[in-house]
Design a binder for this molecule. Structure first.
Ligand code: SAH
Ligand code: SF4
Length: 393
């Protein structure tokens, strides 16, 4: 056997990246270097500030860390982020990034996920993924046609925000790009809001999603208020309670139908957690109030769920719940079995909801030309080995 017949060295020998880690993970990493326990807290705070507040990409920049420790850190760790493989910029300024993640083992080429940035005049929203693909098969969603490869780690979720901030110059003393619409001005953040509406069901990866929200919301670093971080779910009822009790970000529910028979078809998870149970979980969500309304997403499918009677039923169902209703024009994808409702139908639906006292903005489709709109995301990553599948639920 010649040397070239040997399998490639496992890529897991890559140095672990501190960028994206939680405080506890960074502390453990430093313990592994043999740092004395009494120093750990302070060192974690220093690294935290550099990585999350300043956006440092190099241990050499961490000037208040001793030179010897900087060298030690660089020796053992990296500050690697998911890699931007492709950037597409829509005519409306929406950017879609195809990101390659670090391989998990020697057989993995590095899974790919999509992440979308949606600029508006006064805010910028980053739509992040929580899984590669999705195990749920909502009939109108492109992501659902991709087989789940795996859950994202906390660092990979936070990494999407770090990549976006790096690319958009959204750290102190950085330049904003001028090739598209990026909000700018004194104190204006390029990324001001996060929505977990990319690929995947966040509540099937709840521990990592909650840890990522805590990192994103940490006041000494990325400092996004939890009110500006929205977790969207297709309705994993028991996990809604945990999300509320243990973390408490803003909540969005993908409702899409007002009757169980239709919702069973559109969102098959409904067979397990029907509408009544889902709405009860919303009523129990801590902090739900007029100031912190729950968003109900409703995709407008022509001739399927868009009648005036359904609009009235929606209003009846949500009675007493502090809610916003977000009507989403269906975004087509190749081979999709639905069409988007006509504009007049959407307006009529929206009027009924609005006249009942609910804010009912119709979500303007953004980035449709680059397949970046809701439900259009799908990466080419295919399942490599059965054992790489993460059991969901
Ligand atoms: N899995 C989570 C979050 C990701 S999907 C969830 O289902 O809530 C984000 C939103 O996009 C959901 O409301 C989803 O129902 C919606 N969506 C999916 N496919 C769509 C499509 N083709 N057109 C419009 N919205 C879509
Ligand atoms: Fe998964 Fe959400 Fe798409 Fe349903 S709508 S398949 S839960 S990503």
């Amino acid at each position: 056997m010649s040397l070239s017949d040997l399998p490639a060295a496992p890529v897991t020998t890559l140095k672990p990246s501190l960028a994206g880690m939680t405080r506890a993970e960074i502390a453990d990493a430093l313990r592994g270097l043999g740092l004395p326990e009494r120093e750990i807290r302070m060192r974690v705070s220093q690294i935290w500030h550099w990585v999350y507040f300043r956006g440092a990409r190099d241990f050499g920049d961490m000037l208040n860390v001793s030179k010897a420790l900087r060298a030690q850190l660089a020796d053992a760790f990296a500050l690697r982020l998911p890699e931007i493989v492709e950037e597409q910029i829509s005519v409306d300024g929406t950017r879609k990034w195809l990101l390659r993640l670090q391989p998990v083992d020697a057989f993995d080429k590095g899974a790919e996920i999509e992440c979308v940035y949606i600029p508006e005049s006064d805010r910028g929203t980053l739509c992040v993924s929580s899984q590669v693909g999705c195990t749920l098969n909502c009939s109108f969603c492109h992501t659902g046609t991709q087989r789940l490869v795996r859950n994202l780690t906390t660092a990979e979720i936070v990494g999407q925000l770090l990549v976006a901030r790096q690319r958009l110059g959204d750290f102190p003393d950085r330049e904003r790009p001028t090739d598209g619409l990026v909000p700018s001005g004194e104190g204006v953040r390029a990324v001001s809001n996060i929505v977990f509406m990319g690929m995947g069901e966040p509540l099937y990866n709840l521990d990592c999603v909650m840890a990522a929200v805590e990192v994103m919301a940490d006041g000494d670093g990325l400092a996004l208020s939890k009110r500006r971080i929205t977790v969207s779910t297709s309705g994993v009822v028991p996990q809604i309670e945990r999300l509320g009790a243990e973390c408490g970000p803003a909540l969005a529910i993908s409702l899409h139908a007002v009757r169980d028979d239709l919702r069973n078809e559109l969102v098959p998870l409904n067979k397990k957690y029907p509408i009544r149970e889902l709405l009860q979980a919303c009523r129990d969500y801590p902090g739900a109030s007029n100031a912190r309304r729950i968003t109900f997403e409703y995709v407008m499918l022509k001739g399927v769920n868009d009648s005036p009677a359904e609009a009235r039923e929606l209003v009846r169902l949500l009675k007493g719940l502090p809610a916003k209703i977000n009507l989403i024009p269906f975004n087509p994808w190749p081979g999709a079995p639905y069409e988007c409702s006509d504009w007049e139908t959407i307006e009529r639906f929206s009027d009924i909801v609005f006249n009942a006292g609910y804010a009912s903005p119709v979500r303007t489709p953004r980035g449709r030309d680059i397949l970046a709109a809701c439900g259009q995301l799908k990466s080419e990553t295919e399942k490599l080995r059965a054992s790489a599948r993460i059991a969901a639920g």
